[in-house]
Design a protein. Structure first.
Length: 240
């Protein structure tokens, strides 16, 4: 599958396209290559909410993140970046919180403070535990050429991923999604990793509850379009 997007032509196009737009410009613009799981979080939620946006492929083989124009938007030089009119928001979990707060009408993130913590804890945990373990697996195995892989480190990372999956399984024991009967930001922040863990030919075990959750997510069109899109161009590629 090849998700439709606006290609990034030159570094100078970033500033012009983001803040002044193209002939068909949308008020919301999402910068980032579609093969980035952090970008996929944003695209997934944007499509769940049927937002009208312009997707500008940036980073990786599209380049642009080291230009002065992009660094003026995000000094960290990373994707994704969301531009809503003339306001730039960075960091994927911050972006999806923003989208849910502004456009989600309380469906994807609660407004009541305690209820909100039930989602926020999974967003924080996803960065502290799950993403760290996933990156060690994905980069150590899939993005590293076979002759350069550290098999012991990969085995340890797989074990850490499986510990995280068990924690998700326990939470999913009585619920179809992490917080309840419908998906929230908690499912986006954690569920974005499932497809790659399941499909990169490593023996990473998805517990039954997690596998059923993965199947439910995969039936959602935005998840299928973005998270389950082809990422084979990243195989053996050690650089961003």
């Amino acid at each position: 599958m090849s998700p439709e997007a606006v290609p990034l032509h030159t570094d100078c196009d970033i500033f012009t396209t983001v803040f002044y737009g193209t002939a068909m410009a949308k008020a919301i613009r999402i910068l980032g290559r579609h093969t980035s799981y952090n970008v996929q979080k944003v695209l997934w939620l944007a499509d769940e909410l049927s937002l009208q946006y312009e997707h500008i492929q940036t980073g990786g083989r599209f380049g642009g993140t080291d230009s002065k124009e992009f660094l003026a938007i995000n000094p960290h030089g990373k994707v994704p970046v969301l531009v809503d009119r003339e306001r730039a928001i960075v960091e994927s979990n911050t972006i999806i919180r923003y989208i849910a707060d502004v456009y989600g009408k309380g469906i994807w993130n609660a407004s009541e403070p305690f209820e909100r913590t039930l989602t926020d804890r999974w967003l924080d945990w996803s960065i502290d535990r799950l993403e760290r373990a996933f990156v060690a697996v994905f980069w150590g195995y899939y993005r590293t050429p076979p002759e350069k892989r550290d098999s012991d480190a990969i085995d340890r990372a797989v074990s850490e991923c499986e510990d995280c999956l068990l924690a998700l399984s326990a939470q999913l024991g009585l619920k179809p999604y992490l917080i309840g009967a419908h998906p929230t930001l908690a499912d986006i922040a954690t569920g974005v990793f499932l497809h790659r863990l399941y499909s990169i030919e490593l023996p990473v075990t998805l517990p039954d509850n997690v596998f059923q959750w993965y199947q439910r997510l995969s039936r959602r069109q935005p998840y299928n379009k973005w998270v389950m899109s082809d990422f084979s161009e990243l195989k053996g590629r050690v650089g961003y």
